[in-house]
Write a protein that binds this ligand. Structure first.
Ligand SMILES: CC(C)(COP(=O)(O)OP(=O)(O)OC[C@H]1O[C@@H](n2cnc3c(N)ncnc32)[C@H](O)[C@@H]1OP(=O)(O)O)[C@@H](O)C(=O)NCCC(=O)NCCS
Length: 368
């Protein structure tokens, strides 16, 4: 047999990719338009295998921003070339691509009845770690597999993930995750999500409802039975540099002054300092969970403040629960839960705006 060659897909491969897709899959096929978008998108890599100059198969890997996980989105070999070791080689290419992007895990979903693909993944050291029922268009279920590409497997922190149900409730979603870890019997729901948001909010965005700043989050956390302390790099009001409207500014300043006073009244510890990786690690090793302000730009390309919850660490990564699940891009909760973020990437994500604001709210169990 001629030797297979591997290279990046280009838009001129789309006809061949669509042909393979239609031959290899009966449903949930990637459309021509999606192939084009995915080939051009900088958070996806599509590799093709060629035999005698003809495209014989492909593999596609997605790279969520700000994550240590890569996702094997699709793999297929043209039926006339199947069973000759090409799928196995493509999977190796996918793993290498993920590794070269600095990713810790490669994860994938596979139909429960796809014995052939499952045998391939298992023989290459993938571990089954979950199942989604009613995942595909025909209601069949998906098994989830992952392979560790480097390092030691992280300890799972066992903190339940909660997906924010509104664009502006990342902070409250993080609070609820901490509340479900620290308060026995607490079950998060969207009613509590909105209630916490109303209690913790001061940040006006350009338009629409606002988000949270650290004092509002910490005060709300305390009022709901948690212990909280704040590490923030800037003293005084936050998020005001982009606010041009004087009335908005005035309201934000007053609301924040109120939260600062209430934080003081509740004896919430506030340290005005730029946190370091060691601060986050020290909190985690004491059993705290840390709501960390990150730049939405690094995570999903929008210049908005965003809160994620740091839940654990290994030597090279901080593990976060991101409350934001990008459903439009086919993400599931598993893409956003327990994400290993390489240390350096974590520190560059965990700042906001021109001033590089760093803010973290350390949440714990109330002891008295
Ligand atoms: C899954 C797929 C990519 C495998 O590609 P392939 O080139 O046929 O696979 P390979 O020849 O490299 O074989 C790899 C492993 O698959 C399994 N396999 C291959 N042919 C098989 C067959 N006829 N029956 C059962 N298992 C088989 C074996 O475990 C094999 O390992 P081995 O070489 O140690 O025996 C290919 O069958 C395909 O495109 N299927 C349709 C699309 C699909 O299901 N994609 C996966 C979606 S998650």
């Amino acid at each position: 047999m001629m030797q297979p060659g591997f290279r990046d897909a280009t838009p001129s491969d789309i006809d061949a990719l669509v042909r393979i897709e239609n031959a290899a899959f009966e449903s949930d096929r990637i459309s021509r338009r999606s192939f084009r978008l995915l080939i051009e998108r900088d958070t996806a890599e599509t590799k093709v295998v060629t035999l005698d100059g003809q495209v014989a198969g492909y593999v596609m890997v997605l790279f969520r921003r700000g994550s240590g996980v890569a996702r094997l989105y699709s793999i297929a070999v043209a039926p006339e070339h199947a069973g000759r070791g090409i799928g196995r080689r493509l999977l190796e290419v996918a793993e290498k691509t993920a590794y070269d992007h600095g990713r810790l895990f490669l994860r994938l979903e596979v139909r429960e009845d796809n014995a052939r693909a499952i045998a391939l993944y298992e023989s290459r050291g993938y571990r089954r770690f979950g199942r989604h029922s009613d995942y595909y268009a025909d209601h069949s279920s998906a098994l989830r597999f992952e392979k560790l590409l480097r390092g030691a497997p992280p300890a799972s922190a066992g903190v339940p993930h909660f997906e924010q149900t509104a664009d502006f409730t990342c902070g409250p979603a993080c609070l609820m995750m901490a509340m479900s870890a620290f308060k026995p019997g607490f079950v998060p729901d969207p009613v509590m999500e909105i209630r916490l948001w109303r209690e913790a909010t001061t940040v006006f965005m350009m338009s629409g409802p606002g988000g949270c700043e650290p004092y509002g989050l910490a005060v709300t956390a305390c009022e709901h039975g948690l212990a909280a302390r704040i590490l923030v790099s800037i003293d005084g009001p936050l998020f005001l540099q982009s606010v041009r409207n004087a009335e908005k500014r005035r309201v934000m300043e007053l609301a924040q002054a109120d939260f600062r006073a209430r934080a003081e009244a509740q004896a919430i510890s506030v340290e005005i300092a730029s946190f370091t990786l060691d601060d986050i690690r020290a909190g985690l090793s004491r059993g705290e969970l840390v709501a960390v302000l990150v730049s939405g730009y690094m995570m999903f390309g929008k210049k908005v403040p965003h809160w994620v919850l740091a839940i654990g660490a290994d030597a090279d990564h901080i593990f976060i629960h991101d409350p934001w699940v990008e459903e439009e891009r086919g993400e599931t909760v598993a893409d956003a839960a327990n994400i290993p973020v390489p240390n350096a990437l974590f520190m560059s994500m965990a700042q906001f705006g021109r001033e590089g604001l760093r803010a973290a709210v350390f949440l714990g169990k109330r002891t008295q």
